[in-house]
Design a protein around this ligand. Structure first.
Ligand code: SF4
Length: 482
């Protein structure tokens, strides 16, 4: 049987995927292997996903961003789904989750895997619900069959909500927003109706065997995550986390790679604590957070409320951020929403990497800053996180080719461009000359366009008096002369 990346790593083997990742991440292949062997990082790479360019998820590597794609009952054509995949990858998604709940699920999933250079994740319970037609009719065998089929189709990682247990459910009583995870709410309904334990928990070792065979990575779902800041960090959330820690170790015992999902909605001051707790309870398995939103008051802007929390989560050690679009809580995202969500999350991920001083992370910032100071507009656009957006905003006011080398833009204008003024004030070695009493200011480089030079006050230009509506003011006093 082909081995998982975890099994290879434990045996001391550096796989081609590890070599490729080392190259992408400015790390040595041996460091990649060690991180995978200890479970601190995962390489989601199903043996059947041939178009994959391997990547890694772990806190010692660049923070990754996931984008959710997929159809619904209302929108279900293959071409449209592949377009969503293309959009997500184009705007920088490191992984995609196919959350389709409409029709042609197999066809769409297989096409996504066949065309995706990034790992594809799924939440198999959605398909199980479709097949059973109602949540309470799902059976353990149906769940296992759906999961096995998706593993054979080449899915790289699956969200499995095996940590929601019967005994956790009463802990959600009194919450402001109950159970907000789709998988969590489906399983809670199933357990209530059938008075039986979560079938994914019961079948977990069987799932480990399937995952080991195909090298599918667990993404242990947080079915009891808080759905508002008031519910964050409650007993239900942390009780489930303890079970996720137990399941992490079970999966490792079977040689299966694991990451763990996290909230959701968390006030800013609790974000780091959430990450630290997960790292402790789950022995450092990579943490994959959904946001978190740090406030609930901004529907329409939840890509921003959540990117703030995601930045802090990344800084504190989260390894992957699941993007949120401006449509969160309001509707199904469209192409422009995907773009906005990915931009917000790539900023969050990169800001966290810079703060964590990841090897090479700040090189990008430095290169862009240098291009900016050199007024190399074309290079500045090329280096921008969203080059098309950067150029189109610049060109709205200064579209001509001549402005691509201009020493200003329309933000401050030619006269007040601080970088141009700064450069003019420096000598050929880039040093600032001290202005002394005897300095002839009319000789300064800035004098031609900027009179008086910045930081000086040319009193010869101050009028002796000003008259407004018949009242006379003098420079010595802001009061009108009596
Ligand atoms: S005009 Fe202002 S914003 Fe534009 S390049 Fe100069 S300093 Fe920067």
């Amino acid at each position: 049987m082909a081995q998982t990346q975890l099994q290879h790593a434990r045996e001391g083997t550096i796989t081609p995927a590890m070599e490729r990742i080392a190259d992408r991440e400015n790390r040595t292949p041996e460091f990649v292997r060690e991180q995978v062997a200890s479970g601190q990082a995962v390489i989601p790479s199903n043996h059947n996903h041939e178009s994959l360019d391997p990547m890694i998820i772990g806190r010692e590597f660049s923070t990754k961003v996931n984008a959710n794609i997929g159809n619904s009952e209302e929108t279900s054509d293959l071409k449209g789904e592949l377009e969503k995949l293309h959009t997500a990858v184009h705007y920088g998604a490191d992984t995609v989750m196919d959350l389709s709940t409409g029709t042609n699920l197999d066809e769409i999933r297989e096409a996504n895997v066949a065309h995706s250079p990034v790992p594809v994740g799924t939440v198999p319970i959605y398909e199980a619900v479709k097949q059973a037609e109602s949540p309470e009719d799902i059976t353990r065998d149906l769940l296992v069959d759906v999961i096995e089929k998706q593993a054979e189709q080449g899915v790289d990682y699956m969200t499995i909500h095996a940590g929601v247990l019967m005994e956790h459910l009463p802990l959600t009583d009194g919450r402001k927003t109950g159970i907000v995870s789709r998988g969590g709410s489906i399983l809670a309904q199933w357990m209530e109706e059938n008075s039986m334990q979560n079938p994914l928990y019961v079948a977990f070792e069987e799932l480990c065997e399937i995952f080991a065979e195909h090298d599918v990575t667990f993404s242990l779902g947080d079915g009891l995550r808080p759905g508002c800041v008031a519910d964050a960090g409650d007993e239900a959330q942390y009780a489930e986390l303890e079970t996720l820690g137990e399941l992490t170790r079970t999966a490792w015992d079977h040689g299966v790679q694991v990451m763990v999902e996290g909230p959701g909605h968390v006030p800013m001051d609790q974000v780091a604590e959430n990450v630290e707790k997960q790292q402790e309870v789950c022995d450092g398995a990579p943490f994959y957070v959904l946001g978190p939103l740090v406030t609930d008051v901004a529907p329409g802007y939840d890509h921003i409320t959540s990117a703030i929390g995601a930045t802090e989560a990344g800084r504190a050690g989260a390894a992957m951020l699941c993007y949120v679009t401006p449509k969160e809580h309001l509707g199904l995202p469209e192409k422009e929403d995907v773009r906005e969500g990915l931009a917000a999350y790539r900023i969050a991920a990169h800001a966290a990497d810079v703060a964590n001083d990841l090897p090479g992370a700040r090189d990008w910032d430095d290169a862009l800053s240098e291009a900016r100071y050199q007024f190399d507009w074309r290079r500045q656009f090329d280096l921008a996180l969203d080059p098309e957006r950067a150029q189109s905003y610049h060109d709205q006011t200064l579209p001509g080719d001549n402005y691509k080398e201009a020493r200003f833009c329309s933000m401050c204008g030619v006269e007040f461009c601080s970088m141009r003024i700064d450069q003019d004030a420096r000598d050929a070695d880039g040093e600032m000359t001290a202005i002394e009493d005897e300095t002839d200011l009319s000789e300064s480089l800035a004098a031609e366009t900027n009179l008086p030079p910045v930081g000086t006050h040319d009193t010869s230009r101050v009028p002796e008096k000003i008259e407004i509506d018949g009242v006379t003011f003098t420079p010595e006093s802001s009061h009108a002369d009596d």
